[in-house]
Write a protein that binds this ligand. Structure first.
Ligand SMILES: [Zn+2]
Ligand SMILES: [Zn+2]
Length: 444
């Protein structure tokens, strides 16, 4: 899975200012002087420029607002349409690269999937200027959770705001509304979502493909930082190879600007560590924060995490950065939970094996304690594999939960339970309704 950042700013585009360009040139020349670089030697200059780009002295995190793509073979998935999507559109229309030409957007034979986190300006404002939507024949399958996404995209192109008419767009737009927590399987990827704490709601997406997990979790405030409040996010982000995290504010600001709906790098560090994330990408940079300040935030976050095994690596999401994700040891397991009428519903996804059982045990124990109930429905329809360690964890769960029901067990998973001769250990139901009926009987 090839992930690329086209826009990493939050709120409003923030192009680099002339005085900032001057500052970078001066810093680079001063560094060249100190290192006694021969400025007439192009190779030496290029080497220095590369070195300086790591500290943003010869580069920038960029000024465009949110747009991220995931490329899987010949499939393209676009997340959000902030001003960065204009650059993406130009690239798709103009690049001579064979892998881009093959996608066919210039000839009106292109197809892409689009997912929206929400419709604040910084996540939709580039849409009218995304050239491939003006080419007849291109097709976009647009996924969203909020009801208002189709209307918001059209309304921002009303002539009061925009010279381009929505009803004259050339491409075909097919809308697909998703439920909260619904999983979609497209282009060899499985994509799920979770609601984030943000004015008007935003959604994070978890993308599992090519043996890797990437999570886009932008525009979110984590107000209460205790485990009970953050557990559902830690679960959703669990074992990700890459977590793209809203790091707009400093921790201090996130306390002062309560209910603005954003978070900070240090809070991201805590959550990434708890969730066993491999790489944490700081994202949704404040438009008022300079490259130097973002570099400072990066250093502070690394200092805060310290050194040790299995700690997340902290990086900065910058425009144009491409990350190739594959993970031979991927552990795809996470839990989604909701509580309704005293019953905890847990949907287990991925592989319930040795790497996942501790997470499952902890989550169950914390959830039972937080909700003060002993009725649990385990929905297993998204479970891909079950190992002996997983069976052990389920048997232990049965001991700690008075009323435990297993629902929607896939055939291959059921066969594993059969092979272990433990089917009679569990209350197994085809549907949630049957399970609820039995749980309530149990109560009486
Ligand atoms: Zn935003
Ligand atoms: Zn927002």
């Amino acid at each position: 899975m090839l992930l690329r950042f086209w826009g990493t700013r939050g709120t409003i585009p923030a192009p680099i200012r002339p005085d900032q360009v001057e500052g970078k040139i001066m810093a680079a020349l001063s560094e060249a002087g100190q290192q006694q670089i021969n400025l007439t030697d192009p190779q030496a200059v290029q080497k220095l420029a590369r070195e300086l780009s790591k500290t943003f002295k010869s580069s920038t995190v960029g000024g465009n607002t949110t747009c991220v793509t995931v490329r899987l073979e010949d499939d393209l998935i676009i997340f959000d349409a902030g001003s960065g999507i204009r650059e993406l559109g130009d690239y798709l229309m103009e690049s001579q690269d064979e892998s881009v030409v093959r996608l066919g957007f210039r000839q009106g034979k292109g197809h892409a999937y689009m997912f929206f986190t929400h419709t604040h300006w910084d996540h939709v404002q580039g849409f009218p200027f995304f050239k491939p939507i003006h080419v007849v024949g291109n097709v976009f399958d647009i996924y969203h959770i909020h009801d208002h996404v189709p209307d918001a995209l059209a309304r921002q192109m009303h002539q009061h705001f925009c010279p381009i008419r929505f009803d004259r767009l050339g491409a075909t737009l097919n809308y697909h509304q998703l439920e909260e927590g619904e999983q979609v399987n497209i282009a060899g990827a499985s994509i799920t979502n979770i609601q984030l704490n943000h004015p008007g709601r935003a959604y994070a997406y978890r993308v599992v493909a090519d043996n890797a997990i990437a999570i886009l979790a932008t525009d979110s405030e984590y107000k209460s930082l205790d485990y009970v409040s953050t557990a559902k996010y830690i679960n959703f982000y669990a074992n990700a190879d890459m977590l793209i995290f809203d790091a707009m504010f400093s921790v201090r600001e996130s306390f002062v600007k309560e209910d603005w709906g954003h978070s900070s790098a240090l809070i991201g560090a805590d959550i990434a560590r708890e969730a066993n994330v491999k790489q944490l990408y700081l994202f949704h940079h404040d438009p008022a924060t300079s490259d130097d300040e973002i570099m400072q935030i990066l250093k502070q976050t690394r200092e805060y995490l310290g050194e040790g095994d299995n700690l997340p690596e902290v990086l900065v999401a910058m425009e144009g950065l491409e990350v190739d994700l594959t993970n031979p040891n991927m552990t795809d397991f996470y839990i989604q939970e909701h509580v309704d009428h005293d019953v905890i519903f847990m949907t287990l996804s991925g592989k319930l094996g040795a790497h996942a059982t501790e997470q499952f045990r902890q989550h169950l124990a914390q959830s039972l304690q937080a909700h003060q109930t002993d009725k649990v429905v385990l929905r297993l329809e998204n479970l891909s594999d079950l190992t002996m360690a997983g069976i052990r964890a389920l048997v232990d769960a049965r001991k700690s939960v008075l009323s435990l029901a297993l629902v929607g067990i896939p055939e291959n998973v059921y066969r594993v339970i059969e092979l272990t001769g433990t089917t009679d250990f569990f209350a197994i139901y085809d549907t949630v309704e049957e399970a609820l009926l039995a749980l309530n009987m149990h109560q009486r």
